[in-house]
Design a protein around this ligand. Structure first.
Ligand code: ATP
Ligand code: MG
Length: 547
């Protein structure tokens, strides 16, 4: 399944296995449980799991929960469900916080080696002292505290003697380093807060850059894969690994982040959309979250194939949204049945069809895959067709649907000919009066004349009312700017239509997939009920992508 041509990490792993640098592959996916996962995370998930799988290795799920301020157990559950939905089973599920004690011991070790010190500078002062790209940093006045004093102060920090922000533990590296991450980075901070996993046990928390390499090492991770923004942190990652006397040395490799046109992807902004009620929730079908994509009708397989098709390189890339659509069509083409739905109903009375008669017709569920079996449709005097399949004014020769005087085939049923348009008092169309030809019944091989096209319908006598949610991208611009994304939201991103579906869908369940003939791919929504079925459009039938 792994993309052969453009996966540089696979090449690295292959080489390391061949030369004995490693003898197995163990990766990890380390989400911070502070939001729902989005499709960008899917790149990290698929990359980690598929690479490991390729080499008969495994992947850990590790919740990076070292920043309790923004985290919540709700997200832990959501992330576990997302992973399960994608079809990946981690070797183990762990919390970064379960290593707090071991991480603390490594901090003590650094202090004892003279490689860490307790600093009393405030956060603002630390930034000031840090310098910038052009200016080297200045040593903290607390940098030369004795080992004994540091040990004592750090222990007191742990014991809760000091308020938030009053002290930090910092690695003693190099305030003149060209890499700002190496200028005596903070590795522990004081936060008096209840942690979702460890409760009140800790009031000091390790920083990501210190905790992460240690966690990778404790677990025996061979390759720690992360997105490109961590490239500048790699020297610090290696510094921690090389100075903390760990038994196992993992290796960090960065890959490019995935962006998709017309999608805003960062957790921060998705949270704003939810918190400000600009969408209905994290699982709004327009959201790029995995729960949103699921509700929209995207399948795990389509997401995996999409991710793999984007390859993996060391640069961030933005992929056209249509490519994602292409993969879901591809996945559902032969798997989804193809019932009939009328989104903009127009009533048709078949005047020569006996009143009260209801006829049963048989239709294949998917004419490209007979394995999906067949179903029964009904046909009677009153039916609905789509308004878009009828034209009032005299059509030109390119019109391949219904109009007064023209005959079309009703899919799975008969030819009907439009005789007359019946109007309401306000001049709008009330219904069409048509006649049918009993000799033209579908399946009888009738071929004496050609109809002016084929349209679909539902039988009014048995049809079930349904709401159809039709979506467009949430964002108007292909390249979304985080500065003004709220002003650039598409006002037409969610249109609701009320129409009908055929009777066979009455028992549909949330997340059932369909291709509504001539309309597109749809999925049953969570809000669907027998009284009112609700379907979300996953994707239209055609796109220009790949053609
Ligand atoms: P965001 O930037 O959206 O807020 P994050 O990177 O802060 O997300 P984490 O929970 O830290 O979210 O992410 C877990 C893993 O997913 C990280 O290794 C991160 O690099 C990766 N990841 C997140 N977004 C993307 C993306 N768009 N493309 C590739 N990998 C991503
Ligand atoms: Mg992050």
């Amino acid at each position: 399944m792994m993309n052969e041509t453009s996966n540089f990490i696979k090449t690295i792993m292959q080489k390391e296995l061949e030369t004995g640098v490693v003898d197995h592959i163990l990766t990890r996916f380390p989400p911070e449980p502070n939001a729902y996962l989005h499709i960008g995370h899917a790149r990290a998930i698929v990359t980690n799991f598929e690479l490991a799988k390729h080499f008969n290795g495994e992947t850990n799920l590790r919740f990076d929960d070292t920043n309790p301020v923004k985290e919540d157990a709700e997200y832990v559950d959501a992330i576990r469900k997302d992973l399960e939905w994608l079809g990946y089973t981690p070797r183990i599920v762990v919390y970064g916080s379960s290593y707090f004690e071991k991480t603390y011991e490594k901090a003590i070790l650094l202090i004892k080696k003279g490689l860490a010190f307790v600093c009393d500078l405030t956060q603002e002062e630390i930034s000031e002292y840090r310098g910038d790209d052009k200016t080297p940093g200045k040593d903290s006045p607390y940098r030369n505290r004795s080992i004994e004093e540091n040990l004592k102060l750090f222990e007191e920090m742990r014991d809760g003697k000091y308020p938030n922000g009053s002290k930090t533990l910092r690695a003693k590296i190099d305030m003149a380093s060209p890499n700002i991450n190496m200028r005596d980075p903070v590795i522990y901070r004081i936060i008096h807060i209840n942690h979702h996993q460890t409760g009140d046990k800790w009031c000091i928390y390790p920083m990501y850059d210190f905790a992460h390499p240690l966690q990778d090492s404790f677990e025996g991770i061979t390759h720690s894969l992360c997105s490109l923004e961590y490239e500048d942190h790699r020297p610090l990652y290696d510094w921690v690994i090389n100075n903390c006397e760990v038994e196992h040395k993992p290796r960090q490799i960065e890959f490019g982040r995935l962006g998709i046109t017309n999608m805003i992807m960062s957790k921060r902004y998705l949270k704003q959309l939810v918190d400000e009620n600009l969408v209905t929730g994290y699982d709004d079908p327009r959201m790029p979250t995995l729960v949103g994509l699921k509700r929209r009708g995207f399948t795990p397989n389509s997401i995996k194939e999409f991710i793999l098709s984007t390859g993996l390189s060391k640069i961030n890339s933005t992929v056209d949204y249509e490519m994602l659509e292409h993969f879901v069509r591809d996945d559902l083409k032969l798997k989804a049945s193809r019932p009939m739905a009328v989104l903009h109903p127009l009533k048709v009375v078949i005047t020569n069809y006996p009143e009260g008669k209801v006829e049963e017709l048989t239709a294949l569920n998917n004419n490209e895959n007979e394995e999906l079996g067949s179903r029964t449709l009904t046909f009677s005097r009153n039916i609905y067709i789509d308004q878009e399949d009828f034209i009032e004014e005299k059509p030109n020769k390119h019109w391949k649907r219904l109009s007064v005087g023209l005959e079309v085939r009703l899919m799975h049923a008969y030819f009907i000919k439009c005789e007359e348009v019946i109007y309401n008092e306000d001049g709008s169309i009330k219904e069409l009066h048509c006649t049918y030809d009993p000799a033209t019944k579908s399946g009888t091989g009738f071929n004496e004349r050609k109809p002016n096209g084929t349209i679909h319908f539902v039988d009014a006598a048995t049809a079930v009312p349904a709401q159809f949610n039709i979506f467009e991208p949430l964002m108007l611009d292909a390249k979304v700017s985080s500065d003004n994304f709220k002003e650039r939201m598409n006002p037409n991103s969610w249109v609701k239509l009320n129409g009908f579906v055929e009777r066979s869908l009455i028992d549909t369940k949330p997340l059932d997939h369909y291709q509504f003939v001539r309309c597109g791919y749809y999925v049953t929504d969570y809000d669907s009920s027998k009284e009112k079925l609700v379907f979300n459009q996953t994707v239209s039938l055609k796109s220009s992508f790949g053609k």
